[in-house]
Ligand binder design. Structure first.
Ligand code: NAP
Length: 260
């Protein structure tokens, strides 16, 4: 049994839908006070309202994580509404596909700005409040794509997600004296609203590549993040948890065919 995170102030970026919304929902169900951050305020408000309907504490703020001043406003909002910041989940991310022969410099910049620079900017904006608490938790949603695997069209995305891991290794050392840990979850294929919209054929094909024979749920990722946010994870920093149902393990198609 983990020590409760009841009453802790949590920011989840990119929490208006998908994995971030799942993290916000699971953390709020554990009694955390959640600030839902995304660019589209009405969607963020709707996600917060869903949590409140279930008895949780949540509100929303509009932020583009690639902009320093908006991250500052996000951190200030969490401090004012929830008495500081205990946990920051850097989850906001985009994944537009572009193959190398066609990729424009602006495609590269957009993905790196949101996924990698956005992670840095959100963290930097929240650090004074995390430090003031005397302990803190930062959890990043990276991916298997980049750190472990590749996929055509996602070289910029993979670079951004692998870059997040390079970032946390040095950051973990700098933050350790302040009792702030920084870790990452690496989701495989997760059944978000966006993936559901790709239809049953896509989902069936993806499922066939996963030893667990299902896509992940947003809760699968959220519970890994919850462990990293717990008091019990105090001695874990600069590390990663892969949440992929074994997707990265088979060395060939034959390994999966052996399963029948
Ligand atoms: P999603 O359903 O598309 O949701 C993305 C969230 O991020 C939304 O709330 C979106 O809201 C927000 N967002 C996008 N750009 C933003 C910006 N510049 N500033 C602030 N918020 C922004 O995505 P998802 O599939 O849940 O993915 C979430 C994270 O998990 C990403 O980092 C992604 O790389 C990672 N991931 C996902 C999967 C998967 O299978 N789904 C697998 C591995 C890793 P607005 O558009 O309103 O800003």
């Amino acid at each position: 049994m983990l020590t409760s995170i009841r009453g802790r102030s949590v920011i989840v970026t990119g929490a208006s839908k998908g994995i971030g919304k799942g993290i916000a929902r699971v953390f709020a169900a554990q009694g955390a006070h959640v600030l839902i951050a995304a660019r589209d305020l009405s969607q963020a408000e709707a996600a917060a309202a869903e949590i409140r309907t279930s008895g949780g504490v949540a509100s929303a703020v509009a932020v583009d994580v690639s902009r320093a001043e908006e991250n500052a406003l996000m951190a200030q909002t969490a401090s004012e509404r929830h008495g500081g910041i205990d946990i920051l989940c850097c989850n906001a991310g985009i994944f537009p596909a572009a193959k190398l022969f066609d990729m424009k410099e602006s495609d590269w910049d957009q993905v790196l700005d949101v996924n990698l620079k956005g992670t840095f900017l959100s963290i930097q904006a929240c650090l004074p409040a995390l430090k003031a608490k005397g302990k803190g938790r930062i959890i990043i949603t990276s991916s298997i794509t980049g750190p472990i695997t590749g996929y055509p069209g996602w070289s910029h995305y993979g670079a951004s997600k692998a870059g997040q891991l390079g970032f946390i290794r040095s950051a973990a050392i700098e933050l350790a004296p302040h009792n702030i840990t920084i870790n990452a979850v690496l989701p495989g294929n997760i059944l978000t609203e966006g993936v559901k919209a790709l239809g049953p054929e896509y989902i069936a094909r993806m499922t066939s590549a996963i030893p667990a024979r299902r896509l992940g749920s947003v809760e699968d990722v959220a519970y890994a993040a919850l462990f990293l946010a717990s008091d019990e994870a105090a001695f874990v920093s600069g590390q990663t948890i892969v949440v992929d149902g074994g997707q990265v393990l088979p060395e060939s198609h034959m390994a999966l065919e052996e399963l029948g």
